[in-house]
Design a protein around this ligand. Structure first.
Ligand code: NAD
Length: 289
């Protein structure tokens, strides 16, 4: 059965490297890297993500003290003012606004306000534009994590057919561009795609980023293909227990694929790790290292 692409282990290794890097940078520069995570309201999924980002950041030596938990009633103008303050704060290298935001706030207006060089989530139009152009810049964390997993597994993408399921600005679109940059032949599938199975069966690499448990099963996968499962879905299993699953039916796909990411423990831990890597990258740039 398929090789397990262990994102948890890789993330732990990269975080250990980042810890070391931050420590040695501290010998030359007086301040630590700073990451400000802004969380507005009380979305329970966000609580877990924000907690994880702050804990992991602190773990590698990043200063997370400029992060804030803000009330659900916060206005757009108030949030813009906070972003302005963080943009101007020399101790802050990364600003992340946890999505979704309450409905009175237009998330694009907020993302557009973040200094592109502090945009560690890679969602500012300037950074998305740099990605489209193939220029260096801060790249969004989940797609970067997918690419790092593929690279570490030694999977050469040149000339391969890659099918991406999902076209969100957060995952599907940027991951498709990154696969294209590595010379894959990229097909983007989405909710209006006809005969998804025919496309996935032609693919050497499948990246699923949809949010539908079990969408991709073994019968849809070409023998020997590489399958990356970005989906995170909370389900209640047959025994009545709540647990996390991806978009991929792990049991059937692992019998056909040559490599597969588990959920949890695949792309998830890589996402947080790429956020920390982006923060250190931004720090280096700003201190001139
Ligand atoms: P989204 O809801 O913004 O986008 C879902 C996409 O799936 C849409 O583009 C839609 O066109 C497409 N889609 C819907 N039905 C489809 C179908 N039957 N076949 C093919 N495509 C279909 O979601 P998102 O923000 O891109 O997230 C996708 C999934 O990835 C979610 O489960 C989310 O929780 C997860 N996610 C995981 C991480 C991580 O760190 N692992 C990060 C971000 C998102």
């Amino acid at each position: 059965s398929a090789l397990l692409l262990d994102g948890k282990a890789l993330a732990a290794r990269i975080q250990a490297e980042l810890t070391h890097e931050v420590r040695s940078l501290q010998e030359r520069f007086p301040r630590p890297p700073g990451l400000a995570v802004l969380w507005v309201g009380d979305n329970p999924a966000s609580a877990a993500y924000v907690g994880n980002k702050n804990r992991s950041g602190a773990g590698v030596g990043i200063d997370i003290s400029k992060g804030q938990h803000l009330p659900a009633t916060l206005s757009e103008a108030e949030l813009l003012a906070i972003v302005d303050e963080l943009n101007a704060d020399a101790s802050v290298d990364g600003i992340l606004v946890q999505l979704p935001l309450p409905e009175q706030i237009d998330s694009n207006r907020i993302l557009d306000r973040i200094d592109p060089d502090k945009d560690v989530d890679g969602l500012h139009p300037t950074n998305l534009g740099r990605l489209v152009r193939g220029e260096p810049g801060l790249r969004s964390c989940t797609p970067a994590g997918v690419m790092r997993l593929l690279a570490e597994a030694g999977i050469d993408l040149a000339g391969k057919t890659a099918v991406v399921l999902g076209r969100s600005i957060l995952v599907g679109k940027p991951v498709a561009l990154m696969l294209l940059e590595k010379n894959a032949t990229v097909i983007m599938a989405h909710s209006r795609t006809r005969d998804l199975a025919a496309l996935t069966r032609s693919a050497d690499v499948v990246v699923a980023a949809v949010g539908k448990p079990g969408l991709v099963d073994g019968a849809m996968i070409k023998p020997g293909a590489v399958v990356i499962d970005v989906g995170i879905n909370r389900i209640t299993d047959a025994a009545g227990k709540s647990r996390l699953v991806g978009d991929v039916d792990f049991a059937s796909v692992r019998e056909v694929a040559s490599a597969i990411t588990p959920v949890p423990g695949g792309v998830g831990p890589m996402t947080v790790t790429m956020l920390l890597a982006n923060t250190v990258q931004s720090y280096r740039r700003r201190v001139g290292s």
